[in-house]
Design a protein around this ligand. Structure first.
Ligand code: TMP
Ligand code: ASP
Length: 256
């Protein structure tokens, strides 16, 4: 692995050159960061859980014809993905007020929004990924009008699908962030879902108790971060119901 060519290293993942042209290997690290990397930690096993959870989500989304970069999982921490040119926008979909929206607009966390709201942030670490409007996106050409349309409609489909999927296992999908890429196939270019979908990039609350099962546990120093991610994986049927401690990370072939 160490001899492979590293293409890019981000805060939580590394991309390596893939075995065939047009592919990459996405490696999930245990590193966690928040507030534009002001806060950092290593959370044992987080990468393994996110690899599995993202595999699960992308596979399910693919099954309902939402195009995405996932090809197959290679091992505990790596997956084979389609190479894309990342569109420099984070697309956030919100169902319930929380986080920066609550702060910005003074809406109490937990208040259900009148409809799903799609927001865009410009991916620029130096600027702290500022919120931008469709006007900015069009004027600065960060995405074409067609890509913007595709991103909005795909994001809302992802939201509907994932809201139902999580509700089925007793979890409220409060909000999430996704990224899209341009996938080139010959002369064709299409917008596909990329990056990851995991408790790092979603807010997930227990439907009954509102217990947080996502990265806010890290952002807000609540502890039990990987335990919460493992609970999400357990409810989705990715890891064994009764798995505890080190067993949580026992992803032997028989363990589904
Ligand atoms: P926010 O309320 O902090 O703007 O976050 C909205 C959603 O986006 C939430 O599910 C967490 C996710 N998110 C990321 O995945 N990466 C980020 O850098 C930020 C700020 C939020
Ligand atoms: N991952 C982002 C960072 O390190 C922020 C976050 O998820 O809160 O800045």
């Amino acid at each position: 692995m160490s001899r492979r060519r590293k293409i890019y290293e981000g805060k939580a993942k590394i991309l390596y050159e893939g075995p065939e042209p047009g592919t990459l290997i996405q490696y999930f690290k245990d590193d966690a960061t928040a507030f534009n990397a002001e806060k950092k930690a290593v959370l044992d096993g987080k990468g393994v859980l996110n690899n599995r959870i993202s595999e699960f989500m992308m596979t399910r989304l693919g099954a309902v014809s939402i195009p995405n970069h996932f090809i197959k999982r290679l091992n505990m921490r790596e997956q084979l993905i389609r190479k894309v040119e990342i569109i420099p926008l984070e697309v956030i979909v919100r169902n319930v007020a929380a986080g920066s929206m609550s702060k910005r607009l003074g809406i109490e966390e937990g208040e259900t929004l009148p409809r799903a709201i799609v927001e865009f942030c410009y991916k620029k670490d130096e600027l702290g990924d500022p919120l931008v409007s469709e006007e900015h996106i069009a004027a600065f050409g960060w995405a074409s009008p067609q890509e913007l349309d595709d991103m909005i409609s795909l994001s809302l489909r992802v939201n509907d699908f994932m809201s139902g999927l999580f509700a089925g296992v007793g979890i409220r999908l409060v909000d999430f962030k996704i990224e899209f890429g341009r996938h080139f196939e010959g002369d064709m270019m299409r917008t596909i879902l990329a990056d990851e979908i995991s408790p790092d990039s979603c807010r997930l609350w227990d439907l009954e108790t509102n217990e947080k099962l996502d990265k806010d546990r890290f952002r807000r120093d609540m502890g039990g971060v990987t335990e919460a991610y493992a609970e999400v994986a357990r409810r989705l049927g990715i890891i064994k119901e009764n798995a505890q401690g080190a067993d949580v990370l026992d992803f032997s072939p028989g363990s589904k």
